[in-house]
Design a protein around this ligand. Structure first.
Ligand SMILES: [Zn+2]
Length: 75
């Protein structure tokens, strides 16, 4: 369960006042949107889609780096 994106967990008609929603595959961004979001996050860390940049890394490596950054393990 995730906080309802419509009400940020406060409770609304969309989440039946529970503040939480179950995400399904249909809620996930399409590949183009995902790549745009990834590009924005990576650019915020000064990492660009160039030779040696994130496009040369495996998806699991990119996700591991992002998870570490989000957890505050590195800057
Ligand atoms: Zn809601």
């Amino acid at each position: 369960m995730q906080p309802c994106p419509a009400c940020a967990g406060r409770g609304c008609e969309g989440c039946r006042m529970e503040g939480l929603v179950e995400l399904t595959a249909a809620d996930l961004p399409d590949q183009g949107t995902y790549q745009a979001l990834l590009a924005a996050e990576m650019a915020a860390h000064g990492c660009w889609p160039v030779a040696g940049g994130w496009l040369d890394q495996t998806e699991i490596c990119v996700q591991a780096v992002l998870a570490a950054r989000r957890s505050g393990a590195s800057n």
